[in-house]
Ligand binder design. Structure first.
Ligand SMILES: *[C@@H]1O[C@H](CO)[C@@H](O)[C@H](O)[C@H]1NC(C)=O
Ligand SMILES: *[C@@H]1O[C@H](CO)[C@@H](O)[C@H](O)[C@H]1NC(C)=O
Ligand SMILES: *[C@@H]1O[C@H](CO)[C@@H](O)[C@H](O)[C@H]1NC(C)=O
Ligand SMILES: [Zn+2]
Length: 297
């Protein structure tokens, strides 16, 4: 009886541990929004236009459809090429494939962004992430999660305005000092965010764009469904439309969980267990062992 009670008590912290570590259901995560007339573009841009060239049965009796697309480069889930803010930087066709695929991490500042739509990711947020998860891996893709996807595709809440007045834009971004911190202290290949721009909505100088693109580090904007990603242990694939001379372009982005994600999550889960649970675990383990010794004695 005592043994069963002790085992149950021992199991409690373990259940908590595995609940924390539970991996997502699917191996593959879609990180793009589909393109349609609803897709959000920068206020000064031209929206996605998909018109019919032909969609019907032909005189020969078979079905045929073909449509025409047009849009600005910077709208929906898209890539920013370094040349967007750096005259000598890579255009979309010049970015090597290995710069668009790689190990990624997610930095979650959604609780701060929920309090402040003008929030900017600070170096202290990176330091806090590293305290829980270890150093940002070499040549990583950094995804910044503000929880902004819940507003998509409502322009008023997602951008702060549904007008063309860019002074009214309010959404979170990355602080320029954080970009400098990343460049000076870590080696990263790509940065993504779940808002319309890596600089926050109120930016007029676009410093984070300029700092990162000066180093040929491209950006991903309007990245979708980041809530489904863990803090680390996944690979991101960003496949932009292959536009010669492009300053960016529509981009299919998706993630795949690394094979060792269970181990990674378990270690993170262990690290995030609070003091009380640790104390309970140790206490009941000792008590369990002690009671076994007494029973035998
Ligand atoms: C979309 O394209 C079609 C065909 O080129 C054009 O007639 C129409 O005005 C465009 N719509 C918008 C909203 O730009
Ligand atoms: C499709 O083709 C049929 C004849 O095969 C015609 O009656 C109809 O109007 C066409 N529809 C459209 C939308 O063009
Ligand atoms: C845009 O919004 C700002 C801030 O409210 C305002 O001062 C400015 O007059 C607006 N500009 C236009 C063209 O409406
Ligand atoms: Zn852009």
């Amino acid at each position: 009886m005592n043994l069963i009670v002790n085992l149950c008590l021992l199991a409690l912290p373990c259940i908590r541990l595995f609940a924390n570590a539970s991996p997502a259901k699917s191996e593959w995560i879609e990180l793009s929004y589909p393109f349609s007339s609803e897709t959000i573009y920068w206020p000064t841009g031209k929206s996605f236009n998909h018109t019919t060239e032909y969609a019907n049965y032909t005189a020969d009796g078979y079905y045929f459809s073909s449509y025409r697309i047009s849009a600005s480069e910077h709208g929906g889930t898209h890539l920013d090429s370094p040349i967007h803010f750096n005259k000598g930087g890579w255009s979309t066709d010049q970015i090597p494939l290995d710069r668009l695929i790689g190990h990624a991490i997610k930095i979650d500042v959604s609780s701060k962004a929920a309090q402040n739509p003008d929030y900017q990711l600070m170096p202290s947020d990176l330091e806090a992430w590293e305290e829980s998860h270890g150093n940002i891996p070499y040549d990583a893709i950094i995804l910044v999660f503000n929880g902004w996807g819940k507003y998509w595709p409502d322009k008023r809440t997602y951008l702060g305005t549904d007008t063309k007045n860019t002074s009214l834009l309010h959404f979170p971004g990355i602080h320029p000092s954080t970009c400098r911190w990343l460049i000076n202290n870590r080696k990263i290949k790509l940065v993504g965010i779940d808002t319309a721009s890596i600089d926050h909505g109120q930016s007029t100088q676009f410093e984070s764009h300029r700092i990162l693109y000066a180093e040929n580090i491209p950006g991903l904007e309007n990245v979708a469904h980041m809530d489904k990603l863990p803090a680390k242990g996944f690979t991101v694939y960003a496949a932009p439309m292959f536009i010669v001379g492009g300053s960016g372009g529509p981009c299919r982005i998706f993630a795949h969980f690394d094979a060792n994600r269970c181990m990674v999550n378990l270690v993170d889960g262990l690290k995030s267990l609070n003091g009380f649970l640790w104390a309970a675990l140790v206490l009941y383990a000792l008590r369990f062992l002690f009671s076994r010794v007494l029973v035998r004695g």
